[in-house]
Ligand binder design. Sequence first.
Ligand code: ADP
Ligand code: MG
Ligand code: MG
Length: 902
Amino acid sequence: MAAQETVDHKYVYDFAEGNKDLKDLLGGKGANLAEMTNLGLPVPPGFTITTEACKAYLATGREPAGLAGQIEAHLESLERGMGRRLGDAHDPLLVSVRSGAKFSMPGMMETVLNVGLNDRSVVGLAAQAGGNERFAWDSYRRLIQMFGKTVCEVPGEEFEHALDEAKRARGTDNDLDLDADDLRGLVDAYKRIFLKHTGRDFPQEPREQLDLAIRAVFESWNAERAVLYRRQERIPADLGTAVNVVAMVFGNLGPDSGTGVAFTRDPASGAQGIYGDYLANAQGEDVVAGIRNTVPLQELERLDKRSYDELLDIMARLEGHYRDLCDIEFTIERGKLWMLQTRVGKRTAAAAFVIAGQLVDEGLIDLDEALHRVNGAQLAQLMFPRFQLDHDFEPVARGVGASPGAASGRVVFTSARAVELAGEGEAVILVRRETNPDDLNGMIAAKGILTSRGGKTSHAAVVARGMGKTCVSGADEIDVNVPAKRFTVAGQTVNEGDVVSIDGTTGKVYLGEVPVTPSEVVRYFEGTLDPDEADDALVKAVHRIMTHADATRRLAVRANADTGADAARARRFGAQGIGLCRTEHMFLGDRRELVERLILARTDTERSDALAALLPLQRDDFVEIFREMAGLPVTVRLIDPPLHEFLPPLEQLAVDVAVAQERGEDVAKEEALLAAVRRMHEENPMLGLRGVRLGLVIPGLFAMQVRAIAEAAVRVTRDGGSACPEIMVPLVGAVQELETVRAEAERIIAEVVGDSGVEVLIGTMIEVPRAALTAGQIAEAAQFFSFGTNDLTQMGWGFSRDDVEGAFFWRYLELGIFGISPFESIDRDGVGRLVRIAAEEGRAARPGLKLGVCGEHGGDPESVHFFHSVGLDYVSCSPFRVPVARLEAGRAAVETVGSDSR
Ligand code: ADP
Ligand code: MG
Ligand code: MG
């Protein structure tokens, strides 16, 4: 509406006119100054220029019409109220000019204090302060310094050097030892610096100082650092900043004055108490700059008991009012306390939980609000073990923090050795150039995984994240030599059995053992730490909030788990079933040979022999999982990847065959294998012979799996247990595909189940866009849908996940095409729309159709909220993410009800 701006548009608000809910218009600082003013707290008077004025300025390059007049009017009223005029030669009013956007943002112009001082008013200020010349000249030199640096971009070091010079001349390193003459000299030096860098004299006209400072705040919104910060923190670029003009109060008037910062609780642990720093005889910027040593806030009690008591009283009021941890900036001028800022304070993940719990106890918030105030990312942080880096450990290499956590252990280079050593009770770190599906057992056995190649989306990274296992990938300074069982890094050799430590959060690699603290929160989830007995405020708070999340959420949470051990872990973490049990791994390891026989079969008999040999092995796998899940639903996905993934890689096989032929060995079998690999080679395997297509092309393959599932369920039930299998057909795009598989499956199930009472559901994944768009038809043949959002994203965007993340996602992120990878958090507008359509049309065709999601998005906080909003029944994610999904599902439920009262 910039075109319609009129002189009437209100661009300036007195503190008495605003309140804390006007952050969009007044910025956080301005809104909270207004709130404190209206609470009757001692806030120096002032006014706020709105973010709209800033936006109008940035759009046109000049102050919007009417702004100058409104500033004039508010300034006059401020002057009347204070009985002083800005920069008056005898009795000057001084102001601070402070930026303040909706979100606190480093990188923007901060603050200029003492605006209004010049060569004449500095004399008046001294007189006003009872002849305190030192104070007046100290204030003046601060103005030139801050104004020069933030408004005119004069390099800050030049002022620092001049100050150091003055102290050296006086033979001191404490600026309090500088007297009025020293400071007068310093003002001259500062003015020369100012002139040198700006080509003009320091502006003497108070109103010009004010206008230039306001304009500099506006422009700082687009400073490079601010732009980068916003991009990184995903803060919208068009909010603009407000400007606060505040009457100065002086903490540098003598020992009975000072300035400080405080928190109403410990922002690190959440503990109650008094946390803050105080600095006598100083202006605000000294505290942050660390120029002089502050004293703990408790000292103020001794220095100035009255102000101290008043401050504690105000902090209690602010907490009661904001119903949260607040942080505070204040100044004491000759024994009189002034509040200069407050806001709801930042805190660590642990403090977030602890404080939310405390506030419930204190009756300030209810449990819904407590749930709203914590989040899954914080919970995830609390679930990782941490290195205690209190000694100086120097990293020897740095890779990508691919899967967070901290792990130390003996280096091994093969999966087999990892399993062997782990079996002897050793902690091991599996080190590879890169991992592949054959390393799975070693990865399971290892404490951590270290690779010298690959990024956040490499096999190692993705699998490790899925397992909740620490992984550093792509540490390319490391030179791995697997046959020699060693790696070299930074001129050192590390042999098998040597100990290394890896930090999957930072990507750092250390030689030797760095001590690790396990996560208390995980011990609680695993049931080895009783929250009632723990004397740990954090565990108690987590327990309480999780209990409430579970009671509140509508979404069920299942886990993706392929083995009995995973299933057991998932249950401990609160999974209400398995949403994705992949069957691929059941074709690996020592079963490869059977798979080769299956693929190479030339006759029906050979093929059915191979399948018959696989059947009991698969059945045993399922028995184990069904037992662990004791009556909870288990969704088993029929085999999905192309079969050649189970054969040796083409190049390697070709070389082996050639070498063997050269030696005159009998290579008939290898040659057949090689021919099969060549035959099955695909240009685009992701779009090739996989999923349901495989089941339709290879007779008996799905039938064997269905039989194994049904037989396992019957066995568990006959043994007195209970099993609820749900058979899931992958990659369906047309209802006819599903119908064909289903007809055969139902025949087998009926035959196996008999009168055992076992019920087996048959459903499908929705992961091909066509399936989403024909969901109404597909629902006729499906008892449930499970959204495979990894493939749906891949095919929805036409991105090959394995290639694009490393190749060009950085550019897309930079251009803002998306703010986060659509593989990490669901793309609501596109892929999400497919989910929504399929959910609606599927349910219209089959009321009560069970809907879930089993892609990695199931454990992503943002995505969980989306799945809640489209009405899915459950999300499924890796076991380690289950608590995160439970928490976020609870938050989604309370947020829909609309309890956001902050
Ligand atoms: P930041 O956003 O970087 O904290 P502020 O605008 O809060 O910047 O200013 C920093 C410090 O400057 C404040 O904490 C306070 O100590 C001091 N300050 C700001 N305005 C005034 C004022 N009107 N009177 C006295 N000190 C002030
Ligand atoms: Mg501040
Ligand atoms: Mg898939």
